[in-house]
Design a protein. Structure first.
Length: 307
């Protein structure tokens, strides 16, 4: 196989982005867009000479690989069906809404010889900056990821933990390890039926601590990370591109020349892996830790909020 037949499930904002990437890639042919709203699916697909589908089984039959960009509550079901239909799958984060479901999906894909990749594009950013190359386990990670409500209530089907904090949970799992020893969390509802602001603290056997805060009800955007290592500290403001680094490691914030399009890089990595040209840059088994952390934080926060 030299050209991958790709379909996109979900005709929303991110589905449109992924359809653009598949249509533009030299490695792929965009064959279809699936959505329960056929008009929306057709509107996107027709821009690229592809077909709109509202029948998921027929959509899967037309594809070698699919990108799932639907509300998070449907990720597990659609990914499982696609894997069983022998399709490779790139699913937007989170992979699933429980650690067990995420592990089961990863195991099933591996057993069937299918690529299962998760849309953690922040890994590409952290890797390009040099953060993931640091050969020390952090003593402390502190992150803030906040912004105003999305105008279309995007991701309103899940809490801010699954919507926004999951990015930093994934980075914390990569830097600290998947096995945490304790969790404290709190949250509040602001404009939805789910938690819209949340704070979580994880402890690890190494003695390290990760403190994470996320909000989709803030007045202004904020995106910062502070990491303390045995050799020094790194503080990054991702919005102002300010960096303080007292470690001996090379970390930089100006990465646009090397990584102009994180989403495109993730999708191209997925296509290459499906064609046997490389390994998936974000394999599913490596994302289970973030799902388990999100599941634990949400359970503790909800117990405190509703108990």
């Amino acid at each position: 196989m030299t050209t991958l037949k790709v379909g996109v499930a979900g005709a929303g904002v991110f589905g449109n982005y992924h359809a653009q990437k598949a249509a533009a890639s030299a490695r792929t042919e965009l064959v279809g867009v699936y959505d329960i709203d056929l008009d929306r699916a057709t509107a996107i697909a027709s821009r690229f000479g592809a077909k709109g589908f509202d029948n998921y089984e027929a959509f899967l039959e037309a594809c070698d690989a699919i990108v799932i960009a639907v509300p998070a509550i449907w990720h597990e079901k659609l990914a499982r069906q696609a894997i069983e239909a022998h399709c490779h799958v790139l699913v937007e984060k989170p992979l699933a809404l429980t650690g067990k479901a995420a592990r089961d999906l990863a195991d099933e894909a591996a057993a069937r010889g299918r690529i299962l990749q998760v849309g953690h594009q922040e890994r590409f950013v952290a890797r390009a900056m040099g953060v993931l190359a640091i050969e020390e386990t952090p003593l402390l990670i502190e992150s803030v990821r906040a912004g105003p409500p999305a105008p279309d209530n995007r991701a309103g089907d899940v809490s801010v933990i699954w919507d926004l904090m999951i990015h930093d949970l994934d980075l914390a799992a990569m830097m600290m390890g998947n096995e945490f020893t304790g969790v404290m969390a709190s949250g509040k509802r602001v404009h939805s039926d789910h938690i819209d602001e949340a704070s979580a603290q994880f402890t690890y056997a190494s003695g390290g601590v990760a403190r994470l805060m996320a909000s989709r009800a803030a007045e202004a955007r904020q995106r910062t990370m502070h990491v303390v290592y045995p050799s020094g500290e790194i503080s990054i403001d991702f919005l102002t591109r300010q960096l303080v680094n007292t470690t001996p490691y090379d970390v930089r914030v100006e990465i646009a020349a090397d990584l102009p399009d994180p989403l495109g890089a993730a999708d191209e990595g997925f296509y290459a892996a499906c064609l046997g040209l490389g390994r998936s840059p974000v394999p599913a088994h490596g994302t289970v830790g973030a799902v388990a952390m999100a599941e634990a934080a949400e359970a503790v926060a909800l117990a405190k909020l509703d108990g």
